[in-house]
Write a protein that binds this ligand. Structure first.
Ligand SMILES: Cc1ncc(COP(=O)(O)O)c(C=O)c1O
Length: 386
């Protein structure tokens, strides 16, 4: 990042909180031992892992022994979906998910379809929200697992996990939720939310990249087959030496988030409102998503302008045309296409995402830059009035 740049890409990743770095350093100085070793240094590492897991559990009001540590949400999604579907395969092979899910979810279903599972994709309404009645209509007697994300990474749309999860519970279907964009940012109470499997990642809420968790509810029939094989760590659900430092980082990240969540949400709301107020008057502007969605993300399309040129014209703003993971494909976002946007509309989309360090000055500058860039590109477009 240069000094001049303005980072508005918090949905792709967030800066690591200084207290998290401090804790990692402290932990690495306290013990280098393998947490599976039975000597004193190994036991200290185990204690640190237990404390840190407890911090994450407290944020989510979950039992610490129901959290499996992973390398992030991609691994957690893979473990939950492939592991859950395979564990329940003897009961049925029908699975349900949504077109607007992250690739870490959709690609797993594609693999499972090749293994002989039958996948039904449900579509959201034009605002990105999935109607529980549409979801329910897709379920069958042999449905074993459904995966619906909490907060959408491109649009910020929030799904009604409580209603969707309740439908699954009634029918004894495993409900997986990719909560990569939600954990630490919106209130989640796993003691009451009817969710069986939930994916978590630290780097979306001010922790480091490369650490996350999968929550697995304590309920009959709720279990996953491992996708990795090796030592006996984490009840063999996720073998591999546990990273004391990274798990400590996730725990500290979670406890900071637990303290800040309401203040963070209020701040994000005011940032999103300021940006929207600054650009809403542009002719041909469309909001992609739901005005009541997660306030950390604002995704807009604009008629007559192409996204990649817009992205360049917006410099020094650091924003996204879609999901960071798919930005190399240059294809119009499949998430926005699922919301009924045309190729041209989807191609012009820009995702602004805000965070703790975003200031009103930055957002006002971003709004002005966006207005100018759209006007400039429209003036250059073939057929524009000279
Ligand atoms: C909704 C969603 N799911 C999964 C992921 C993948 O998470 P990770 O980078 O931790 O593997 C991301 C982030 O890119 C995401 O936004």
């Amino acid at each position: 990042m240069t000094d001049r740049s303005i980072y508005l890409d918090y949905a792709a990743s967030t800066p690591v909180d200084g207290r998290v770095w401090e804790r990692m350093r402290e932990v690495s100085e306290l013990t280098c031992a393998n947490p599976s070793s039975t000597h004193a240094a190994g036991r200290l590492a185990q204690e640190i892992i237990a404390t840190s897991t407890g911090q994450l559990a407290a944020l989510l009001n979950a039992r610490a022994d129901r959290l499996v540590m992973t390398s992030g949400a991609t691994e957690s999604d893979n473990l939950a979906i492939a592991g859950g579907a395979r564990y329940r395969a003897h009961r049925g092979r029908h699975l349900v998910s949504m077109r607007t899910e992250h690739k870490a979810v959709t690609d797993v279903f594609e693999i499972l379809a090749k293994e002989g599972f039958d996948v039904t994709w449900v579509d959201p309404a034009a605002n990105g929200v999935l109607d529980p009645a549409v979801f329910e209509a897709a379920l069958r007697d042999d449905t074993q697992l459904a995966s619906i994300m909490f907060v959408n990474n491109e649009t910020g749309v929030v799904q009604d996990i409580e209603a969707l999860g309740a439908i699954c519970r009634e029918r004894d279907i495993l409900m997986h939720v990719d909560a990569a964009q939600a954990v630490g940012k919106v209130h989640i109470d796993l003691a009451t939310l009817p969710v069986d499997l939930m994916s978590i990642t630290a780097h979306k809420f001010y922790g480091p990249k490369g650490v996350g968790a999968l929550y697995i509810a304590d309920r009959p029939g709720c279990h996953v087959e491992p996708i990795l094989y090796g030592g006996g760590q984490q009840r063999r659900i996720r073998p591999g030496t546990m990273s004391t430092e990274m798990i400590a980082a996730l725990g500290t990240t979670a406890s900071i988030a637990a303290e800040r969540i309401d203040d963070d949400l209020a701040h994000l709301r005011s940032m999103r409102k300021a940006l929207w107020d600054g650009i809403a008057g542009i002719d041909g502007l469309t909001l992609n998503g739901d005005p009541d969605g997660f306030p950390g993300i604002l995704n807009v399309s604009v008629a007559g302008v192409e996204g990649e040129s817009l992205l360049l014209a917006l410099e020094p703003l650091l924003v996204a045309t879609g999901s960071a993971c798919n930005s190399k494909t240059q294809e119009p976002s499949y998430v926005l296409r699922a919301l009924g946007r045309s190729d041209a509309e989807a191609q012009s989309a820009i995702r602004f995402s805000f965070g703790r360090a975003t200031t009103l000055d930055e957002v006002e500058f971003a709004a002005a830059r966006y207005r100018d860039a759209v006007a400039r590109l429209r003036a250059l477009a073939p057929g524009a009035a000279a």
